[in-house]
Design a protein. Structure first.
Length: 251
């Protein structure tokens, strides 16, 4: 249980973690607290989404979606990998979350299958990021985008003293059949193209948290060992003669 990050804490945490970011005008005061009569926090974890669209910054920040007023997340992450802070308060991103999954996030234990019989309002308790992707299983997250994604999650966890077990995806908490985030990733560190999964994102966040916030994953593989030097004809003949001599002695 933690109080939500202040704008100053957001800036400090993101900068320390190496997150490239900009600030959408008015983000420090934008939120759904007054409109809903609900206060954002205490916070317990981080929820990850894909936008299911392109050029979604305006919608996430101020435009909203049908029957869902903005802001739709705390941060928008475009293909460029430069995150945009759009809200510092309560955002419409999580919706109803299964209470048993939320309890597991708090305890940082493996997330169970959602029990739809008991729910909580995830908007009260979870930070949210909308990562730009069509969500069709073919649109690819860029390498820069995924690197920032990992750093953004790690920055929040590091600030609060959480582990990667506090990181979740909308598909893991939702009782409404959400499927995000998903899709192929261009690459990360020394890894080539792979399919996004929350398990892999948590593993990459966990690896970051083992290091100082200034750490960056290696981006090149270690050089392979040099090939063996071919033996000359004379060396091979000499080796053969030695084996023949050894066999004759045994005989």
């Amino acid at each position: 249980m933690s109080d939500p990050m202040t704008p100053a804490q957001w800036r400090a945490a993101l900068k320390a973690e190496g997150v490239r970011f900009t600030e959408y005008d008015g983000w420090t005061t934008r939120g759904r607290d007054a409109a809903t009569g609900k206060i954002f926090g205490p916070v317990h974890g981080v929820l990850n989404h894909h936008t299911a669209g392109s050029d979604s910054l305006h919608a996430v920040a101020v435009g909203g979606a049908p029957n869902l007023p903005a802001p739709l997340a705390h941060t928008f992450l475009p293909k460029s990998g430069t995150a945009v802070m759009v809200s510092g308060h309560r955002a419409n991103h999580a919706g109803l979350a299964a209470a048993n999954v939320m309890a597991a996030i708090v305890a940082e234990t493996p997330l169970p299958k959602q029990d739809k019989s008991s729910t909580v309002d995830g908007n009260d308790q979870l930070y949210g990021i909308e990562t730009e992707n069509l969500g069709n299983g073919a649109d690819t997250y860029t390498r820069a985008q995924y690197d920032t994604w990992v750093r953004w999650n790690a920055a929040i966890c590091r600030h609060h003293g959480w582990g990667a077990g506090s990181v979740a995806g909308h598909l893991e908490t939702s009782v409404e059949g959400k499927i995000d985030p998903r899709g192929p990733v261009e690459g990360y560190g020394t890894r080539g193209k792979f399919t996004f999964s929350m398990g892999q994102l948590r593993a990459d966040v966990a690896e970051r948290l083992k290091h100082a916030a200034s750490w960056s994953p290696p981006t090149t593989l270690p050089a392979p060992p040099p090939p063996p030097i071919p033996r000359t004809v004379e060396q091979r003949v000499s080796d053969l003669e030695k084996r023949v001599t050894a066999l004759e002695k045994k005989g």
